[in-house]
Design a protein around this ligand. Structure first.
Ligand code: ADP
Ligand code: MG
Length: 754
């Protein structure tokens, strides 16, 4: 379609931003609005508030200070004046002329002279003067004006988008197809699509600014709902299609029940009984199971999964468990073997990981292929090594973020066999509403109860300066026969080549820090080398990690072993060791032959050593909440009292502060997950791509959770209504379906859950 203002060159720039159609452009909503209906007078401004101001340019100057060029702009209204400052902004010189009108948006700062307020680095836009064309004036002055994120440099910034979008809207007047049934819109009290699009770009006079900025106007809500509705409708359909596929109906006879009971080393919790019940009920169904088992660290997922696998095995099928790392696969293997030894039956269990030698692999593969292996535990190697099962009945995938592998399990069964059931386990507590809505094509079981007899873990925050106390404490615990973990954010060297890093990205942007250092009175801040506190006499020389101010596992292993923890058996574990070494070390730690394990986050998931009672996390300010919570979950697994010590050694940002406080305050994984989600947003929370979460155009899963619930309900209602009670006319329904197809193909490309 031809759009005024979009030639081939611009089209290319837009495509780079994922904007390919006129519709994409229309759904690129303003990220904020400026009230230019009744501009604020300068004397109404209060220090500390975010304000938008329209004033006349009085003067501008580029000041060359020793540190950097500073651009100063003075604007005024009558006798009142406001000063604006930009750092490192030579590029601004020559941009302003006295007499021009400028719109500014930024935080109002107090200024030394009471009469003069100040804005630092405000956003700005020169307003069109009387010579400018009428259209520009119409769109930018005397109204609530949309402000857009640029789609390509200054050329495709707000002004350009305003015009193009305005023209698009004009061109489509009364011709924009609706994609939701009228009856639905009427019931929900939502405007039609055309009106909604018009009003999010050009809000009618008098629309409350707070509602606009929060994306909470009826127009916004309608567009957000629309996006979420098509997501949920797609999920609903997938789920229905899954119910039509041919799976295996497992039987739960008395023999099966006995087999399950035999392996139980303890009384299951009520939550374990309930979730196993849910899983087994699915397994009895003739359609394939697709279920997510969620449970906080230590909630006891392993035994539940194992029992589910026994159901398959007792029915004459094979079961496979796939873990994200070799260590975990091995641990699952050992744990499963131990549990199965309790049974009066002889199960054959096989480990398949990449690091096995070729002969072993070949042997194991053939055992799997011939059906001699009942239970197969492995890593990605299960897929990569082209393992073919004789009769695969159930696949358990540990850790949902390796989600993408799911559909590939289809390759592992023989062509005309029924589809295996799939159970996904995750220790990431996903806020319930989110899990239910997002994994619409998975059923969800939640283990929301910890096994009895756990004493709460004592969590403390300690500054780097008190490291000596921490090491003393570790020594005391070891003297009592306990073990400890000490975790570092990096293996060694710079962070770029560290495979298991998952930092929180809330470091100050270079801009913000420049701003601060420039704005603050000149004071010399001397940053002490981080290792200096612990080891005043040692030099950390040319180690790149030292340069970045981060302590690393390799470096600290050496120092602790020969320094504060001398005499203890100190081991080292990180992702760059080869798999055999990792395993050896992990086993030695498990057997109590290592007292203190210095490690990276490689130990994060699943590792189980009940005798370990201390978890020290260094540079805790660097870790995300979910990660810290996972790490803490490594202790407190036995009867003895356990401790988590969060050592901060570096600048602690406001966000980090909040994370650390939350860790000290609560041990509830779901509460922490809620907070994490609110702080980081869903993209970071899940690692968007990995989790198969779509990129939304307008929706935001944190902000729009209620609309997500509503969309889910409406989608189920729409999809499941009998023809007689169907929503909307036939033509409307046809449009919904075709739009659904388009949306899923183009935008979501969601993971197929099997
Ligand atoms: P996760 O959910 O983190 O995988 P695990 O399955 O590893 O948890 O269980 C954590 C620990 O709790 C293990 O040592 C396990 O043996 C123990 N455990 C699990 N369920 C129970 C129970 N019902 N009673 C007592 N201990 C249990
Ligand atoms: Mg586990």
């Amino acid at each position: 379609m031809y759009v005024r203002g979009v030639g081939p060159r611009v089209a290319e720039m837009l495509a780079a931003k994922g904007i390919q159609t006129a519709e994409d452009l229309l759904y690129h909503l303003p990220f904020r609005y400026e009230d230019r209906q009744n501009p604020r007078s300068l004397d109404e401004l209060k220090p500390g508030e975010m304000a938008s101001v329209i004033a006349e340019v009085r003067g501008a100057a580029l000041l060359r200070t020793r540190r950097m060029p500073i651009f100063e702009l003075t604007v005024g209204q009558g006798r009142l004046a406001l000063k604006c400052i930009w750092f490192n902004a030579s590029y601004l010189s020559g941009k302003f002329n006295a007499g021009q009108t400028v719109a500014l948006f930024g935080k109002v700062e107090p200024s030394r002279s009471t009469s003069n307020l100040k804005m630092i680095q405000p956003q700005w836009e020169l307003l069109p003067d009387a010579n400018e064309d009428a259209e520009t004036r119409l769109l930018e002055v005397g109204r609530i004006t949309p402000v857009y994120e640029s789609l390509g440099g200054s050329r495709l910034a707000s002004r350009w988008q305003r015009k193009v979008i305005f023209n698009l809207l004009e061109g489509m007047r009364s011709a924009m197809p609706e994609c939701l049934p009228q009856t639905m819109l009427a019931r929900l009290g939502m405007p039609n699509r055309e009106l909604a699009l018009r009003e999010v770009h050009y809000p009618p006079e008098g629309t409350p600014m707070t509602q606009l900025q929060a994306w909470a106007t009826p127009a916004h809500r309608r567009l957000i709902f629309e996006e979420l509705f098509f997501l949920e409708l797609g999920l609903e359909l997938k789920r229905r299609r899954m119910r039509e596929r041919v799976g295996i109906s497992f039987a739960t006879t008395d023999t099966v029940r006995t087999a399950l009971r035999e392996v139980l080393p303890f009384h299951p919790t009520a939550a374990q009984k309930r979730t196993l019940g849910e899983i087994v009920a699915d397994m009895r169904q003739p359609s394939p199971m697709r279920r997510l088992l969620q449970g906080d660290v230590g909630s006891g997922k392993t035994i539940v999964a194992l029992q589910a696998m026994l159901v398959a095995i007792e029915n004459g099928y094979q079961a496979a468990l796939m873990a994200p790392t070799e260590i975990l696969a091995t641990q699952h293997f050992l744990a499963a073997r131990k549990l199965l030894e309790r049974s009066s039956r002889r199960y054959r269990i096989v480990l398949l990981t990449g690091s096995l030698d070729e002969d072993r692999k070949r042997l194991n593969r053939s055992m799997i292929h011939r059906g001699e292996a009942h239970l197969v535990i492995g890593t990605h190697a299960l897929i990569e090594e082209k393992v073919e099962f004789d009769r695969l009945g159930l696949v358990v995938v540990d850790e949902q973020h390796r989600f993408g592998v799911l559909q590939r399990f289809r390759l592992m069964k023989k062509p005309n066999q029924a589809e295996p059931d799939v159970l996904v386990m995750t220790a990431t507590p996903i806020p319930r509403t989110l899990a239910l809505s997002l994994y619409g094509d998975l059923d969800v079981s939640v283990l929301d109860e910890l096994p009895p007899g756990r004493t709460p873990i004592v969590t403390r925050r300690v500054p780097d300066e008190r490291a000596e106390d921490v090491w003393d404490f570790v020594r005391k615990q070891v003297a009592q026969g306990r073990q400890a973990y000490i975790v570092y954010p990096v293996i060694e060297g710079t962070r770029d080549d560290q495979p298991e890093l998952d930092f929180c990205h809330d470091e100050p942007s270079p801009d913000a820090s420049t701003l601060k250092s420039a704005a603050a009175p000149v004071r010399k801040t001397v940053r002490k080398g981080k290792s200096g506190n612990l080891f005043p006499n040692s030099t950390v020389g040319a180690n790149p990690a030292a340069r970045s101010g981060l302590k690393s596992a390799v470096e600290m292993h050496e120092k602790l072993r020969t320094g504060p923890l001398a005499g203890l058996r100190v081991g080292l574990l990180h992702g760059r060791l080869d798999a055999d070494d990792k395993e050896v070390i992990m086993r030695r730690f498990q057997r109590g032959e290592i007292d203190v394990l210095v490690a990276t986050t490689v130990i994060e998931v699943g590792v189980d050593v009940p005798n370990a009672t201390v978890m020290v996390v260094e540079h805790a300010e660097r870790f995300g909440l979910a990660q810290m919570h996972q790490l803490r979950g490594r202790v407190g697994r036995g009867a003895a009292k356990s401790y988590c010590i969060l050592v901060t050694g570096g600048r602690v940002s406001e966000q980090a502060e909040e994370r650390l406080n939350a860790m000290v305050r609560t041990q509830d994984g779901f509460e922490l997950a809620e907070l994490d989600l609110a702080m980081r947003g869903p993209g970071e929370f899940f690692g968007t791509r990995q989790a198969g979460l779509p990129d939304f155009r307008v929706a935001n899963l944190v902000r729009d959770r209620q609309l997500l619930e509503l969309a889910k309900q409406e989608a189920a209602r729409f999809a499941n209504a009998p023809a007689s009670a169907a929503e909307g006319t036939e033509a409307e329904r046809a449009r919904v379906w075709s739009r659904l197809k388009e949306a899923w193909q183009r935008r979501y490309g969601l993971v197929e859950a099997g």
